[in-house]
Design a protein around this ligand. Sequence first.
Ligand SMILES: [Mn+2]
Length: 354
Amino acid sequence: MVRFSRKSYSTLHEWFSSAGTVSLVVHARPDGDAMGSASALAGYLRKAFGSDVLILAPDAYPSTLDFMVTPSDVIDASSDMDLAAGRIAGSDLIVSLDHGDFSRTDSLERHLAGARCRKVLIDHHQSPDLASYGLVFSSVDVSSTCELLYHILMRMPGVRRASDLPQRSAFCLMAGMTTDTNNFANSVFPSTLSMAADLLAAGVDRNLILDRLYSSYRENRLRAMGSLLLERMHVSGNGVAYAVFDRQTIARFGLQDGETEGFVNIPLSMSGVRFSLFLKEDGDVFRVSIRSKKGFSASRMARRYFNGGGHENAAGGRLRIPDDLPSADDVEAYVESVTARFLQDEALPQTEQK
Ligand SMILES: [Mn+2]
């Protein structure tokens, strides 16, 4: 269960109620948890305080999340940087959701860091940048930012249960939590289930969420999954499985943003696989997703070899060409050598690692 001081909640409520213009900031390549928490908070702030609220995204969210986002709520900085920068300058309050520091917001970073207004962090990642925020709600003991936000909202005056929230906010909290837990498969705490029970009791249509998240794919995604299983996936003897989708594979299946979501989890269904890596070529970088089974650290692997980080069992990073790899052709050899080295290092007793 998540607990913050009584003072934190009352300060947050005071900041919410006195801010006319609020900007909710999400990380680059926003996912369901980021967009769900931002949409939910936007609805609450408008209803409770009549605030002028917009969501600031460094780039576009995938169309698979259309059902939980109102397009007019969102400023996409990659399509109008001046609008985004002006919004930040005119904000009374900035709330960062689902990321622990401004570096996850790409080109928005310097504007956010330079803004003089009040700043709040609501996030569930490790090692938040405490110095950048006046008020921090950070915990790794929750499934998602949506769950953390739910518990915070339940501490606001006038809110005792999910039915006290706008219906749309309750829906978005459930949708975002469902994406981050992969439909209750990962990072589920007792508090996650009590939140879900309350949201269901408030009338959230979970069937609609499941239909939109898991039964609305295009055919090409399944064909691409076939290629992953038959051709792209490599399984090493040391418990690492990985797959690379290079630009040719992406073009072959006409894959759009978000359509490879979840592919990284598939190899973990094999007995003996401890780490699964999925790499996708995007311009001059490979975007890397890493998942691990309990007892193995995806976040440490991401930090050490893939310029990234994240959660203990779900992390990500990137490899740049030519900084990290001479060319795209070297990616498989790189993955094999660093994962083997990582497993070797991890096998050493803790004392020898220091
Ligand atoms: Mn999240």
